[in-house]
Design a protein around this ligand. Structure first.
Ligand SMILES: [Fe+2]
Length: 414
């Protein structure tokens, strides 16, 4: 793409993406935006400030002559994990930052946006354009985290607050379960140089696949209730040893946000406490639970190479409207719902692709240093912005984490 076109596209995309972050916090009050539910999650206000810090630190300070820092300490408060940039506030204590206020953070965002508008009105180099594009995808990552972290916070509150009380829960029936067979052989996965990708999606490389099959859709809540009723959480032989230990020590008996009332299961959603929809994909389960479920069904989780190879051959559109914000029943022919409802745990650990090199500079810390002890999830969830989703995307979390919209799709070897 010509540099002029790239800059123009960035200028067009920049403000709508930034504005969506501010839209996400409109229903929140000052306290909602400041509290941190767990060390893994961050306050909504911190997400808003950190994404602005990213543009300020990596784009504006080096490239916009005369740019003025909004505040001399914001670099310390809102640096997430970049050692090359300097010292930072402790992650687990982000919820102690009652100041700056939400309004002050929103003013900080406007300060950064105005400076970015000035920069985007000029000719920027291809390197700077690439950094701005990275910043926009970073912002979209944090939009998803902002929602999962707010849900984590509200799910701990006995009053069961809603992000939006009127949020509609998708209805409909899931497709009947079936296997979709996929031919093995030598396949290629990873970004092919077209379109945006994070560094960890490169280089594109060959993999050898056996003949395999994937489930036509993600595992549903109804199927998960069957797993629970059949003693899935009480049968050690289904579980990996670390998973069994985690399930006992954490007292897992159901997905993270479920609760039983009488004969019915309810779950915390962004619309508050709602009856579990048996037709919708199950979410907020850990890798360990997903693996145990697959064992219970006599199946397994797909590798990320199997998942991507199958997903790349699909012609389906990514149809998430970015406002549904709850997993919907997956219907239709063939592989369905690959990108739209829940991230799907895979059997693959998050390790570098053959030939991967950590990029130079501070942004080299974006992914590479986390390639240990984490499992890959593929696809995208109901809170992933659709323009941020692609078949090569490698999301990753530690295997015991369960606060994301994380589910599973079964696989088997033919
Ligand atoms: Fe970040």
């Amino acid at each position: 793409m010509a540099l002029d076109d790239l800059t123009e596209r960035l200028a067009t995309r920049f403000q709508p993406i930034r504005d969506r972050s501010a839209w996400l916090v409109e229903p929140l009050n000052e306290a909602d935006a400041a509290v941190q539910s767990t060390p893994d999650a961050s306050p909504a206000k911190w997400h808003l400030a950190h994404t602005s810090w990213f543009f300020e630190t990596f784009v504006l300070i080096p490239n916009l002559p005369g740019y003025c820092h909004f505040h001399p300490l914001f670099g310390y408060l809102f640096n997430s994990y970049y050692d090359a940039v300097g010292a930072r506030w402790t992650r687990s204590q982000r919820g102690l930052l009652t100041r700056p206020t939400l309004e002050e953070v929103l003013v900080y965002r406007r300060h950064v946006d105005n400076a970015m508008a000035e920069l985007l009105a000029s000719d920027v180099s291809r390197e700077v354009a690439a950094l701005i594009l990275l910043g926009l995808h970073h912002e979209q990552q944090h939009q998803e985290l902002l929602l999962t972290d707010i849900l984590s916070l509200f799910a701990r509150n006995p009053l069961c607050p809603a992000w939006h009380k009127e949020l509609a829960m998708p209805a409909g029936k899931a497709a009947a379960f079936c296997w979709v067979e996929c031919a093995g052989g030598i396949a290629e996965i990873g970004n092919d140089g077209k379109g945006f990708a994070f560094d960890c999606e490169t280089p594109r490389h060959r993999v050898l696949l056996q003949d395999y099959a994937l489930a036509n859709r993600a595992v549903t809540c109804g199927e998960w209730i069957d797993f629970m009723a059949d003693g899935g959480y009480r049968t050690a032989s289904l579980w990996l040893a670390d998973g069994w230990t985690a399930s006992i020590s954490e007292g897992w008996q159901c997905p993270a946000y479920w609760q039983r009332q009488g004969d019915d299961w309810y779950e915390m959603t962004l619309g508050g406490l709602r009856l579990v929809n048996r037709e919708a994909p199950v979410s907020q389960v850990s890798f360990y639970e997903a693996d145990a479920f697959a064992a219970w069904r006599g199946a397994r989780l797909p590798t990320e190479a199997e998942w991507e190879s199958a997903a790349a051959s699909q012609t389906q559109q990514i149809t998430n409207d970015d406002r549904t914000l709850a997993p919907k029943p997956q219907s239709g022919e063939g592989l369905t719902g690959l990108f739209t409802d829940v991230w799907e745990w895979t059997a693959s650990s998050f390790r570098p692709y053959p030939g991967f090199h950590i990029p130079p500079g501070a942004v080299g810390e974006y992914n590479g240093k986390f390639m240990s002890g984490q499992m890959v999830m593929r696809g995208g969830s109901c809170v992933t912005p659709s323009s941020h989703t692609r078949a090569t995307y490698r999301n990753f979390f530690q295997p015991e984490k369960r606060w994301q919209f994380s589910g599973l799709r079964l696989a088997r070897t033919l």
